[in-house]
Design a protein around this ligand. Sequence first.
Ligand code: URA
Length: 250
Amino acid sequence: MSLSREQMLDEMGLSPQWVLRDRPAVERGAQKTAPASNPIDEIPAASAEPVANAEPIARMTWESLRQSIAGCRACALCGERRQTVPGVGDENADWLFIGEGPGAEEDARGEPFVGPAGKLLDAMLAAIDLKRGENVYIANAVKCRPPANRTPEAAEMAACAPYLKRQIALLQPRLIVLLGRAAVHAVLGEEGSLASLRGKTLAYRDGERTIPVIVSYHPAYLLRTLPDKAKAWEDLCRARALMHAASADL
Ligand code: URA
């Protein structure tokens, strides 16, 4: 996609009121730390569902993880998938965006967020000077398409959780952006409303590391609920400021 930033904001329904004031200069390859100048507001209890296959998955490389996901039969979603949709992007990315689960187009192509919601996500990324595949990784709470694009069930997200957990451990992102309630449930074990979690800096614990987490709306929801695009833009600006602070703290 080669739209200008103004066109991206336009695409998000945000022109002309929102202007990006400064740009982050995140130094790639430096040791990743949580941003000290942006304290974490609260740490929700992590979802602690024991999953039978979690232990071997926790030791996998990217390649073995992809193979394991491709052959996964841990829940009923495997029965209707055309293919698995493990995730896409830079495997050393500072930014990790997590959505809900693949839809029809993602199921057909094997890549997350390639349908209409994905086009909006690309526009959102571009509005904060990010691009799919460049310092950004995109994953979903579940790696197989739920039938008729329904929300994944808690047991399905629990069955897929070791994969997402391993992706986070391998990536070690500086920041996680959770898009929608299913992602929040899968990563933080939180079932509260998005409204109560937006605007805060939450935390994901990966062993000794604490990774800051920002919660925002799912792009598919934003396509249906145009007024909330402005709130999503606020979330993106917060995320961007947090990342900027993280790089300044290095
Ligand atoms: N919605 C999601 O949550 N993920 C996708 O990959 C596509 C649509």
